[in-house]
Design a protein around this ligand. Structure first.
Ligand code: AMP
Ligand code: TRP
Length: 355
């Protein structure tokens, strides 16, 4: 009996500038995984229609995320890099999943509640169904691992719920057609068409917080630009934003317990650890007991060292639109071949007269 081949999939929306949270929570991990895994990285442009329907510059934004992928070091030969709307099977599978998932599951999503706000009746149906499209992005390739930041954990649990319900509801057809794949779920060996995808949420920066408020997530939509470091910021801007980052008056703690009630200190040390590729404990071993006036310049230096080459590469790549478009077109063709195979089987399993 065969097993699912390990496959990594992740997506980033083309809405707003990428920031340090996106880099440490997602892109840095994408790059690390390309050496050990088969990987597919997607600019999820269809997702951008869920909160705001009309965009002036979706094409540019899509190219700019793709340029960021490449600037961080993703190899377009080794990995598949493309934008979602080129592969219609994502939307096709999302429709099937809309019929698998329950409205109650969607209503419980915290991202939906946050984005819809008080006037839920007036949110788009697409915003409610967003996790179903996200599950389709992943499962149309039957991907087994998804590197994301901590905020996506709930969506990945829902992706597993959808896969599991599909596998159960169609178990007889899947077996009849011989499309089942063996997988281990806890102690049990089960058979299913879709894998129960694992999130990869590890390291010291799975949730990078705002530089102005350590209790709020660093986000593209924060009105204060000082709250985040953008991948497009130059060295002076990075240094200034770190100098102005909110802290408390005490020196850095000497152990991990010392971060309790000090979210800003915790965040800056987490960022340092992730940028340096070391543990928080190691950062504390070096800076514990020291003042922020000493720690901040070291952090700024490290941030500039990491981000300046990415920034320069992004400018260089963005100047060659033909190259970026070529990568997305070619990636789209490769992705589509794989997605077509899955969808053909899904329609057979569901029993549609489609061939
Ligand atoms: P988004 O920009 O919302 O499409 O997010 C793209 C990726 O970056 C996702 O994997 C998110 O989980 C991750 N991400 C976004 N904001 C943060 C943050 N503040 N800290 C860590 N990861 C983040
Ligand atoms: N929901 C993710 C976010 O807001 C983006 C996304 C869409 C995604 N489809 C995905 C991430 C599939 C991982 C896998 O950041």
């Amino acid at each position: 009996m065969s097993e699912f081949k390990q496959l990594v999939f992740s997506g980033v929306q083309p809405t707003g500038n990428l920031h340090l949270g996106n880099y440490l929570g997602a892109l840095q991990k994408f790059v690390a995984l390309q050496d050990s895994h088969d990987c597919i990285y997607c600019v999820v442009d269809l997702h951008s229609l869920t909160a705001t329907l009309v965009h002036d510059d979706l094409k540019e934004q899509t190219r700019s995320i793709a340029a960021a992928f490449l600037a961080c070091g993703l190899d377009p030969e080794k990995n598949i890099i493309f934008n979602q709307s080129r592969v219609p099977q994502h939307a096709e599978l999302a429709w099937v999943f809309n019929c698998v998932a329950r409205i109650g599951w969607m209503n419980r999503m915290t991202q939906f509640k946050d984005k819809a706000g008080k006037d839920r009746e007036n949110a788009s149906l697409g915003l409610l169904a967003y996790p179903s499209l996200m599950a389709a992005d992943i499962l149309v390739y039957r991907a087994t691992h998804v590197p994301v930041g901590d905020d996506q954990k709930q969506h990945l649990e829902l992706t597993r719920d959808i896969a599991q319900k599909f596998n159960n509801d169609f178990s007889h057809r899947i077996a009849e057609l011989g499309y089942g794949v063996e997988m281990q779920v806890g102690e049990e060996a089960v058979n299913g068409f879709f894998p129960l995808t694992e999130p990869l949420i590890e390291g010291s920066a799975t949730r990078v917080m705002s530089l102005r408020d350590g209790t709020k997530k660093m986000s593209k939509s924060d009105p204060s630009d000082l709250s985040r470091i953008n991948l497009t910021d130059d060295a002076d801007t990075i240094v200034r934003k770190i100098r102005k980052a909110k802290t408390d008056p005490a020196p850095l703690p000497g152990d991990i317990e010392g971060f309790v009630g000090r979210p800003e200190a915790d965040n800056l040390v987490g960022i340092y650890a992730a940028l340096a590729g070391i543990s928080r404990e190691k950062v504390i071993a070096e800076f514990g007991g020291k003042q922020f006036s000493e720690f901040k310049p070291a952090l700024a230096e490290l941030a500039v060292e990491t981000l300046a080459p990415i920034n320069a590469e992004m400018r260089r790549i963005s100047a060659d639109l033909g190259y970026v478009d070529g990568v997305l077109r070619e990636g789209g063709e490769r992705a589509r071949q794989r997605a077509e195979e899955t969808m053909k089987k899904v329609y057979e399993i569901v029993g549609l007269l489609a061939d």
